[in-house]
Design a protein around this ligand. Structure first.
Ligand code: HEC
Ligand code: HEC
Length: 213
């Protein structure tokens, strides 16, 4: 009896180890597949294609002007430095003399050209989508960043989808109001509906990220 148990025990431990290794290996292949496996896996290919649409919005001026890598916001389609030397300050809300909400109200002020939205402030540096030389980060890097729960306020795919659907500062991008000269600001390259649909397709495919840098 005792001998049997001794025999049984190591075998089951071995089985467990083998099992765990298999899981480990299969997760690894999932992560590492990326674009090259896309032909073999239509859902993955669809997910990666949808991600490129999501990315095209994220790095458009209306979004990236708040997702900067510097200590200041940007403005305009040419993403120039915010006027009046406005700086990031504590928690992206500016400094007491020049706080964001000192000028930016809850809604666009079209008569003066100040865009607005609830709690208007800069995204934290951990959510930057450009480098310090003003170049948008690559699709692969932005993808890894928004799916890294240590830098994105612990959002999973579902939470990202909800953010894209409901967050006031995201919605603002499709209702960006008038510039000080009275002309309309440019919205992102695709409609909010198309952006949401692409986010959903990407999340449902497991939020895959392209390979590389
Ligand atoms: C002194 C008033 C003032 C302060 C303070 C201020 N802003 Fe602005 N901001 C403006 C005005 C006016 C515009 C519109 C400029 C334009 O479109 O030419 C603007 C535009 C912007 C835009 C550009 C929108 C776009 O996509 O073109 C962003 C982003 C922005 N501000 C973020 C901030 C943040 C974040 C803060 C606080 C850290 C801040 N602003 C503080 C007045 C201010
Ligand atoms: C006025 C500034 C502002 C604008 C414009 C803005 N964001 Fe953000 N964004 C933020 C802030 C601030 C956060 C941090 C979370 C919070 O406080 O809501 C954030 C967080 C996020 C996050 C989660 C962070 C991450 O890296 O995982 C996503 C996704 C996001 N924004 C998408 C967008 C998209 C897409 C647009 C344009 C359609 C956009 N944002 C426009 C300020 C902005």
């Amino acid at each position: 009896m005792l001998a049997n148990l001794r025999l049984l025990f190591p075998t089951s431990v071995l089985t467990l180890i083998l099992f765990a290794t298999c899981i480990g290996l299969s997760t690894r292949t999932n992560i590492e597949t990326g674009a090259s496996a896309s032909a073999a896996d239509p859902k993955l290919a669809e997910g990666l294609a949808a991600w490129e649409q999501v990315y095209s919005v994220m790095v458009s001026p209306r979004c990236i002007n708040c997702h900067t890598a510097t200590n200041y916001p940007q403005q305009g389609d040419d993403r120039h430095r915010h006027f009046a030397n406005v700086i990031r300050g504590r928690e992206g809300r500016g400094v007491p003399a020049l706080s964001c909400i000192g000028c930016h109200q809850e809604v666009n002020a079209d008569s003066t050209g100040v865009p607005g939205g609830p709690d208007w402030h800069l995204a934290p540096l951990s959510m930057r989508w450009q480098d310090t030389n003003n170049h948008p980060l690559s699709s692969a890097i932005v993808c890894r960043s928004v799916t890294d729960r240590s830098t994105n306020e612990n959002m999973d795919g579902r939470a990202l989808l909800t953010h894209h659907e409901e967050a006031a500062l995201v919605l603002w991008a499709w209702n960006p109001g008038r510039r000080p000269d009275g002309s309309m600001r440019t919205p992102p390259p695709i409609s909010h509906e198309a952006f949401l649909a692409a986010t959903r397709t990407w999340v449902e495919a497991g939020a895959p990220c392209p390979r590389g840098k």
